[in-house]
Design a protein around this ligand. Structure first.
Ligand code: NAD
Length: 253
């Protein structure tokens, strides 16, 4: 209630679900996204439901953009209670073929972006004496498929950044935790006109111990918990929300 939350990558997918659900709970939502069209669409959806939001076009890898994001959010709402570092990109290509510029961009958006947004928002939260930062990592920080070096490294970096910031920022009243989603189906959250209800094979579902693929709402629930005072004794941790995939032992046939 009456909380101000910044969600990076809030235009689509999990970020859009976070924005819409925080707005439903009467939070004031700052949607930060590099994609204008997606950002304005999320804004429109929230405003049509009579709730409060503001879109600020931001490339989280760009320091000037991030500085402006936090300044504008403060001008608009006067405080920031929660930052969700959700913006992320992937690039999956063989180590033997990949151009290092792709590696650099994935690290710049996923890891540098999380660092930059946290740095500027933490300054504000420090003055408030209170704040919560939630970093969206991935189960790919913990285990891998082939050809995922850039993404895995960026997400592993986010987990280390999470415990480092938890220790640095704990004394000024800021808790920092990560969520590592497994397979989350975001298809139904894509832009209007492109919406679809994805079909999953029995095998897709049954490879998860809980018997289904994840939904954005699974990540929203974890974020609500981490943002609440119920998680007041929790910082520096990583919540794995993956239907049990990472704890399932697999012996090859
Ligand atoms: P998505 O691609 O649907 O949405 C990502 C959003 O981030 C888009 O709106 C995009 O425009 C925005 N974005 C991209 N680069 C940006 C930048 N430089 N600055 C600002 N915004 C930028 O992705 P998603 O599936 O919703 O994933 C959201 C987060 O969750 C990502 O960090 C992703 O790595 C992580 N994640 C997703 C899954 C999954 O299965 N969907 C699993 C594990 C982790």
């Amino acid at each position: 209630h009456d909380q101000v939350v910044i969600v990076t990558g809030g235009g689509q997918g999990i970020g859009r679900a976070l924005c819409c659900r925080f707005a439903e709970e009467e939070a004031k939502v700052v949607i930060a996204d590099i994609d204008r069209e997606a950002g304005f669409e999320t804004l429109d959806a929230i405003q049509k439901s009579g709730k409060e939001a503001h879109f600020i076009r931001t490339d989280v890898a760009d320091e000037d953009d991030v500085e402006r994001l936090v300044k504008e959010a403060m001008e608009q709402y006067g405080k920031v209670d929660i930052l969700i570092n959700n913006a992320g990109i992937g690039h999956f290509e063989s180590l033997f073929d990949i151009d290092v510029k792709h590696f650099d961009r994935v690290i710049a958006v996923n890891l540098r972006g999380t660092f930059l947004c946290s740095k500027y928002v933490a300054q504000v939260m420090k003055e408030q004496g209170r704040g919560v930062i939630i970093n969206i990592a991935s189960t790919r920080a913990l285990m891998s498929e082939a050809d995922s070096e850039s993404y895995a490294a960026s997400k592993g970096g986010i987990l280390a950044l999470t415990h480092a910031m938890a220790v640095s920022l704990g004394p000024v009243g800021i808790r920092v935790n990560a969520i590592s989603p497994g397979w989350i189906e975001t298809g139904q959250w894509k832009k209007a006109g492109e919406r679809y209800t994805p079909e999953h094979s029995e095998q897709d579902k049954l490879q998860h111990p809980v018997g289904r693929v994840g939904e954005p709402e699974d990540i929203v629930s974890a974020a609500f918990y981490l943002a609440s005072d119920d998680a007041g004794f929790m910082t520096g941790q990583n919540l794995v929300i993956d239907g049990g995939m990472t704890v399932k032992m697999i012996y090859e046939e």
